[in-house]
Design a protein around this ligand. Structure first.
Ligand code: ADP
Length: 758
């Protein structure tokens, strides 16, 4: 059985509607919906072309077409919302417009047809315009055109209107979906931004090595926040440097570096402008025109720029309060990262946190550097103090300057009175072949080290350094002065450009000061040494000169005294001869002391070791000084044992004679005890008197040269006896000590190892 043609068509319409609905359910964008409706609708109606216009303010904008010829498409791309145009009329009257033939068209829209008649010939003779809307709110118009006149029966009209409704619903759904997806994406982005900020902040807060940290922050930004992230830091007034750059693809980093190398960035724009102004910049979408403009007509540059496939860009300042420390740039490229105001806001927060972290790191580093320099200066003081020669002092200064400010070359020159050139005393880091050239530098030369001898003011690179030595691009020269007198110059050279922070200048000045003082000290020490040497030479010569006639005199007086003891000689003569002899002996002892001083100073105190019995020696000496003891009214109480050792007899004689003579001199009128004991490995000889004693304060120094604890008005002497005694005892490997109290006598103990000197 054959169904009615109407029924067949209706069934066919239902099938087509179902098909459209099915397809629409998977459409997610307005464009997809429109595409489906136009395609399916045209097929169902047998339309030749179709189009969808969206209402946009007071115009209709072509938003989708089906088989629409290109030429008329531009004609209808934007239509005014006015009643003389059928599509607009449908929207205005919120009702479908059916034009079944050209005549129909002409009858209803004469003004329109006059304009579009040619177009109509191309697009069709019959037109259906169906407004899309809901609750009277029209969103757009769906139109179909047919190349031949035709009728639209009620079924067809109902079908098309139903189709339009589906279309409307599809579009709304797509919009809702779009809105929801957008909201989801924004929420997702917000979460990502927050997570990134939190991670980056904890990175920044967790470390004081901010350069590494910044690199880590840049790496963290990629790929979550950007395809590229670069960080530029301010290094000085008007200067900055890229400290980090990260990209998902390392090859791109190379490309960017190449671009930067070949075409140094315009320092008035972009990152530099952000650093200068502190205002963030945002380019939501990069257009090719922008690249073309940036390439400035250079095709190679344009090619490189395009290869980077930049898409979106933002730069924010790294700031610490009002201070701009640098800038972070985020670039969206291949991944399609696109930045908006929320991203800038997040990035600005990051910039502030980075600024804070850097400021505290810098503070910490400055403090640490100050502490390190202080420690170094303290070491310096010690090092300078132990430097004995000019070269040592220079070398200490060289080491300090090299370590303290990482100088590549350090030189120390001295300048001497009346010399019009600087004389190199120490250097470090100077290539050997360059040393000769700087050994002597005339003070009137046109180089910083010579200039400072005239200005007397420290010179640092920033004051206009003119490189003169190959490879040296920065330097400093600091005059070495002591109490206003210029004694030298400290020079530093660097292979890298650099400026000097205040603490570094202070450090170098302090090194220079200490160096100058050390040079001065060494100089006076040298002078003093020379003076002492001259004196010792004089003593030695004078002593020998005096010794010769004295020995002769002593012999003569000795034989005179022997003669005087013979019968018939007046007793007085013998007396006088004896006195003269003892004066001569004292004089000989003094001369010997002077000679010993120069011997010890010149290291010529040699020992003549022999087997010596200390007890026997002590007894002999007491006997020899019997006269003097008697004259002083001091009774010797001698208590000795025989102790043998490997000693220099004459020298020990000298020590004991000296101690006994002192006891007689300072303890006249009181008994004197002399003991010699055997203490196993050692022998001890003690001389004890009951005389004036020695102040505790003076006890340590009486063993030094020329030191005395009594006034020379009351007691004669050179203050040398104990000093020489101590030298002798020490050279035997022994020791000498005093115990005494003022007014209560003194006791000297000498300990001598029996084995003699080791
Ligand atoms: P001198 O006796 O020639 O001054 P010494 O070096 O022998 O030189 O002694 C140094 C100083 O030590 C003496 O000037 C004196 O002040 C003090 N002195 C040394 N021996 C004694 C002593 N037995 N009693 C008190 N003072 C002494």
């Amino acid at each position: 059985m054959h169904a009615e043609p109407d029924q067949v068509r209706r069934a066919e319409h239902v099938r087509q509607l179902l098909q459209v609905t099915a397809r629409l359910s998977s459409a997610v964008t307005e464009a997809e919906v429109v595409d489906i409706v136009l395609g399916e609708g045209s097929a169902a109606l047998g339309a030749d072309t179709g189009g969808f216009w969206r209402i946009d303010g007071d115009a209709l904008v072509l938003a989708g077409t089906f088989e629409y010829p290109a030429a008329p498409r531009t004609l209808v791309a934007r239509l005014p919302l006015e009643p003389w145009i059928p599509i607009a009329d449908a929207a205005l009257r919120r009702t479908s417009v059916w034009l079944e033939s050209l005549q129909d068209y002409r009858a209803h829209y004469p003004r329109s047809v006059a304009r579009v008649v040619d177009h109509l010939k191309a697009t069709g003779m019959a037109v259906a315009c169906i407004p899309l809307g809901r609750d009277g709110d029209i969103r757009g118009v769906l139109a179909f055109a047919f190349s031949r006149s035709r009728r639209f029966d009620d079924d067809e009209r109902a079908f098309i209107e139903l189709l339009a409704q589906h279309c409307m619903q599809g579009i709304e759904r797509a919009r809702l979906y779009d809105a929801e997806r957008g909201a989801r994406r924004r929420a997702e982005e917000g979460r990502e931004r927050a997570a990134f900020l939190a991670k980056a902040s904890s990175l920044l807060a967790g470390s004081l090595d901010y350069e590494t940290t910044l690199r880590n922050v840049a790496m963290l930004a990629v790929p979550r926040m950007a395809d590229w992230c670069a960080i530029e830091m301010v290094t000085g007034p008007g200067q900055s440097e890229q400290v980090a750059v990260a990209h998902v693809d390392p090859a791109k980093v190379e490309l960017a570096k190449e671009l930067r190398r070949k075409y140094p960035p315009d320092r008035t724009q972009g990152v530099y402008e952000v650093i200068r102004t502190g205002v963030a910049q945002l380019v939501p979408t990069f257009t090719d025109e922008m690249l073309v403009a940036a390439a400035k007509g250079d095709p190679d540059r344009l090619r490189l720029g395009r290869e980077l496939s930049l898409h979106s860009w933002m730069v924010v300042p790294i700031r610490e309060r009002e201070r701009i420390l640098g800038a972070i740039s985020f670039v969206g490229a291949e991944s399609g990262h696109a930045y908006g105001p929320e991203d800038v806001e997040m990035a600005e927060q990051l910039g502030e946190r980075a600024g804070l972290a850097i400021a505290s790191a810098q503070l910490y580093q400055a403090e640490r550097r100050a502490r390190a320099q202080l420690a170094r200066l303290q070491e310096a003081t010690a090092a300078f103090a132990s430097a004995r020669t000019l070269e040592d002092v220079g070398q200490v200064a060289v080491g300090l300057a090299m370590m303290g400010v990482l100088a590549d070359r350090v030189m120390v020159w001295r300048c001497r009175d009346g010399d019009d050139a600087l004389e190199l005393i120490a250097h470090g880091g100077v290539p050997p072949e360059h040393v000769d050239a700087i050994r002597r530098i005339p003070t009137d030369a046109d180089v910083p080290v010579a200039q400072v001898t005239r200005t007397r003011e420290a010179f640092f690179t920033d004051a206009g350094f003119v490189p003169q030595v190959e490879g040296v691009v920065a330097g400093s020269a600091i005059p070495l002065t002591v109490q206003g007198e210029l004694i030298g110059v400290l020079g530093l050279a660097f292979y890298q450009p650099r400026t000097f922070a205040n603490d570094e200048r202070a450090f170098l000045r302090s090194v220079a000061d200490q160096c100058a003082q050390a040079v001065d000290r060494v100089r006076s020490y040298d002078e003093a040494l020379k003076a002492v040497r001259v004196r010792d030479d004089f003593l030695s010569i004078a002593g020998h000169e005096l010794r010769t006639p004295l020995t002769a005199l002593h012999l003569q007086l000795g034989s005179l005294a022997t003669l005087a003891r013979q019968d018939g000689t007046p007793a007085k003569l013998g007396d006088r001869a004896g006195k003269a002899l003892s004066h001569a002996e004292r004089l000989a002892r003094l001369v010997d002391e002077l000679l010993d001083v120069s011997r010890v100073a010149q290291g010529r105190l040699t020992l003549d070791l022999d087997d010596v019995d200390l007890g026997e020696l002590a007894t002999q000496i007491v006997t020899r000084l019997d006269d003097e003891l008697r004259r002083a009214g001091s009774t010797p109480q001698i208590q000795v044992v025989a102790v043998r050792g490997r000693w220099d007899r004459a020298r020990l004689d000298q020590v004991l004679t000296n101690l006994l003579a002192n006891a007689i001199k300072y303890g006249a009128g009181f008994p004197i005890e002399i003991t010699v004991e055997d203490r196993g490995a050692d022998a001890i000889v003690s001389v004890r008197d009951h005389g004036i004693g020695i102040d505790p304060e003076a006890q340590a120094r009486i063993f030094d040269r020329f030191e005395r604890a009594v006034s020379s008005r009351h007691y004669g002497g050179l203050g040398l006896g104990l000093w020489i005694s101590r030298q002798i005892v020490l050279s035997h490997g022994g020791s000498i000590a005093v115990s005494s109290e003022a007014g209560a006598g003194a006791r000297f103990d000498v300990i001598l190892p029996k084995a003699g000197p080791t």
